[in-house]
Design a protein around this ligand. Sequence first.
Ligand SMILES: [Fe+2]
Length: 403
Amino acid sequence: MWEQNADINKVSEIRIAARVYFGCGAINKMHDVALEMKQRDITSLLCITGKGAYRKTGAWEVVTEAFKEQGITIAHYDGATPNPTMDQVDEATALGRKSKVQAVLAIGGGSPIDTAKSAAILLSNPEFNARQLYRGEFVPSKALPIVVINLTHGTGSEANRFAVATDLETEHKPAIAYDCIYPWISIDDPALMTSLSHHQTLSTSVDAVNHVVEAATTIMASPFSILTAKETTRLVVKHLPTALENPNNLTARYWLLYASMIAGSSFDNGMLHLTHALEHPLSAVKPDLSHGIGLGVLLPSIVYAIYPSCAEVLADVLKPLAPDLTGKADEARAAGASVQNWLNSLGLTEHLGDIGFTKEQIPHLTRLAFDTPSLGSLLACAPIEVTEEVVTTIFQNSFSNFE
Ligand SMILES: [Fe+2]
């Protein structure tokens, strides 16, 4: 239906950027990447990773061999944690400065990738630090070239211009989006993802689904963000149960990775709104919380809240998990319940209380959603007017099941 009713006079900004090598064995493209770097006179790079996955997946072996072949030296920062902090960004940048690096390589999921994007900006803008970057005190137009070896099928960060970092002191987890941090080259190799745990497999794919539910329903949504959203949902609903049951199933990993990559592009175009703007306060207050789990806890209540304003699009996007929706505004409760039942069927049964929050924290979390730099602009992209009352109600509804 929404296809029939699409506003053909609305001018959309469609972005498809980053060169992505996609498929099993894509990691071996690093030999070509190292050669391209050499041809660009890059002789030293900063590599950002977490503690173990970069080695466990076998990526490190390929990378070190490829760069050794070309005589490129690596300054290695392995301190990027889940929900990376401003201090980590500054530490990584300091190492890069000391080593006079000319490019940045991330090996990992969203955390090392986003840390690398932030460091790439700061290395090209040496008068600033991470907090100034994330407070919007300057608008960067340049960054060092970024290469990404992606190790999870969730963030889509390898395909877009977004990055996040957390300020533990202020409990702010803002996002940035700048053209200069589109990765130059990304590697999406499903064979590097078979060692993701059950929990990581679930939380990263739930992140991808949240990206598209939001990107398809912002005021900036376009046919591109909606059609990529439909495909993302279809692929995740079809392949996630297989990957959860059999982590070594490469076909399932391939399609989940493809879904998260196009979801990354979907929100690069359509942007995000409520689920991310409300989850960031949760993981800023509790940095141990998995981003995807926080999103999953909030999603049913958010679908319930926004459904009447974008029923036709949401019915279409959610069809693979809620085939009975017809796109009528009065289906909001059924839509929220369907999302909740789907998440429950995958084992994501938590509510806000189960992940350590109390109802007394709702005013503080609500404040953070409005006060954190950049989150206000996400809320402004929502398909409904977002007041403090709306946010409070969503948090309240996320403490229990839909009836
Ligand atoms: Fe996300």
